[in-house]
Design a protein around this ligand. Structure first.
Ligand SMILES: C[S@@+](CC[C@H](N)C(=O)[O-])C[C@H]1O[C@@H](n2cnc3c(N)ncnc32)[C@H](O)[C@@H]1O
Length: 429
């Protein structure tokens, strides 16, 4: 059996994610269809993430080199050229090996006409660094962001927009959650070379260099889970009685459901999710942790799935723009459109309004998003607080937190948490 060429696989995967015309698929989902292992898998994933991350400046520079534009049906060739540029400017692979790999790749793509072009473009790029090549590009192009998003960040966060933009180009850290039912964080750190504790979430740890989960001791038995540090905060801050009734309202793939189970092993935990196939992933994730919950398929903006018994605590990890995790899911910036936002903001508001009456007086609802857009976050929660006089914002805000109208906005930190928002809302009673 011949081993698949990792560069060819990368171009094929990218062609589904960034098809040139029409909607692309999610990079994470597409990568499931390319189970390359070891160094080949590493090279393929690095190219896919790198091209998505730096798409805009790579394309801009490439277009400047072309005497006539590439035809729309030459998208695989374009992606191959972008992959070559990414490798030359951002990897430590020897430039001659990179330059030599791409003419052959063009032939494998059944585009022998592009072999000479690839050779010429990549050879020219070897004489430059990315900083040289992009120094005169407009800021949005250099930051590799869609115009609408950079503009929105400048409006929402005039002091942080450039930090957010720079951060979207960095590689995310590898962050784990320790299963407190199995061991302490110190014990987990002692078994892992290169582990250090996170500062915000008590069971978080960072592992450098990252490694496949199969190599993590006890992973298959749920001793550790992959989860960003900021994403660990909502479940940590949610307060519920030990044997209370807890709703995880948008549960899939179940990262926070598992965490809630680790924190509240004796609670009655209900996990609600709209999509049946995603609900199956919650089941699988809980299975790995050796636990279960009541799994319901239903719409969190309605109450037709509810049995009438109130919840002591509700976690609403709402669908959102995902603009806080672009370094982790760089394809999202090309798939998300400004026109998606009104529907998301409306859905989040309807979920808050539908779930609030299900909360027992004195109970807590934690609203969370992995967004760094105010209309999904503090403005959303402020508007909710206006509509619900029984709701009080009791979110802890550590020293140095960015002041917002309600809740706690986190920005991504290098080697630290992702961009995230959460608000702890207590129901008077
Ligand atoms: C941000 S993700 C949740 C991540 C999850 N809490 C975790 O930690 O693994 C949002 C989830 O909400 C689901 N969703 C979207 N609309 C929904 C709705 N109307 N009702 C319930 N779930 C919904 C999506 O399918 C997605 O799985």
């Amino acid at each position: 059996m011949t081993t698949p060429d990792p560069r060819l696989s990368a171009v094929r995967a990218l062609n589904r994610v960034l098809p040139g015309k029409g909607d692309g698929e999610s990079l994470r989902e597409v990568l499931r269809d390319f189970p390359l292992q070891g160094a080949d898998g590493g090279l393929m994933r690095d190219i896919c993430f790198g091209v998505c991350r730096y798409l805009r400046p790579l394309n801009h520079w490439l277009n400047q080199q072309l005497s006539k534009p590439l035809k729309p049906n030459a998208q695989p060739v374009r992606l191959a050229l972008l992959a070559g540029l990414y490798e030359l400017w951002f990897s430590d692979r020897p430039p001659h090996a990179v330059v030599n790999a791409y003419p052959a790749l063009c032939r494998k793509l059944k585009a022998p006409w592009a072999a000479g072009l690839s050779n010429a473009v990549l050879r020219k790029a070897t004489a430059l660094t990315f900083a040289d090549a992009s120094q005169d590009f407009p800021a949005t192009v250099r930051h590799s962001l869609p115009d609408w998003l950079y503009k929105r960040w400048q409006q929402d966060w005039p002091e942080h927009a450039d930090h957010l933009a720079a951060d979207n180009l960095s590689a995310p850290p590898f962050t784990l959650r320790v299963n407190r039912q199995q061991h302490s964080r110190q014990q987990a750190i002692a078994t892992l070379d290169g582990a250090r504790p996170g500062n915000l979430a008590p069971y978080s740890l960072y592992l450098s260099p990252p490694r496949p989960v199969a190599q993590l001791p006890g992973f298959d038995n749920g001793a550790l889970s992959v989860q960003d540090e900021a994403a660990q905060l909502p479940a940590e801050l949610l307060q519920a009685p030990p044997t209370g009734r807890i709703l995880d309202a948008c549960a899939a793939p179940g990262g926070k459901t598992g965490q809630l189970r680790e924190k509240y092993p004796d609670a009655e935990l209900v996990a609600l999710e709209l999509e049946a196939n995603r609900l199956a992933r919650v089941r699988d994730n809980l299975h790995r942790l050796g636990t279960t919950a009541t799994l319901l398929q239903g719409d969190a903006s309605q109450t037709d799935w509810w049995d009438g018994t109130p919840f002591d605590a509700i976690l609403l990890d709402a669908p959102c723009s995902a603009t806080g995790i672009l370094r982790r899911q760089p394809d999202v910036k090309w798939h998300r459109k400004a026109s998606d936002l009104p529907a998301l903001v409306d859905l989040q508001a309807r979920m808050l309004d539908a779930l609030w009456p299900l909360l027992t007086p004195g109970g807590m609802l934690v609203y969370a998003t992995c967004s760094v857009l105010r209309e999904e976050n503090d403005r959303q929660v402020s508007a909710f607080l206006q509509r619900q006089p029984q709701a009080r914002d009791v979110t802890p805000r550590p020293q140095g937190a960015t002041m917002v109208e309600a809740g706690w906005q986190l920005f991504a930190q290098p080697d630290g948490p992702d961009g995230f928002y959460l608000a702890c809302l207590r129901k008077d009673g």
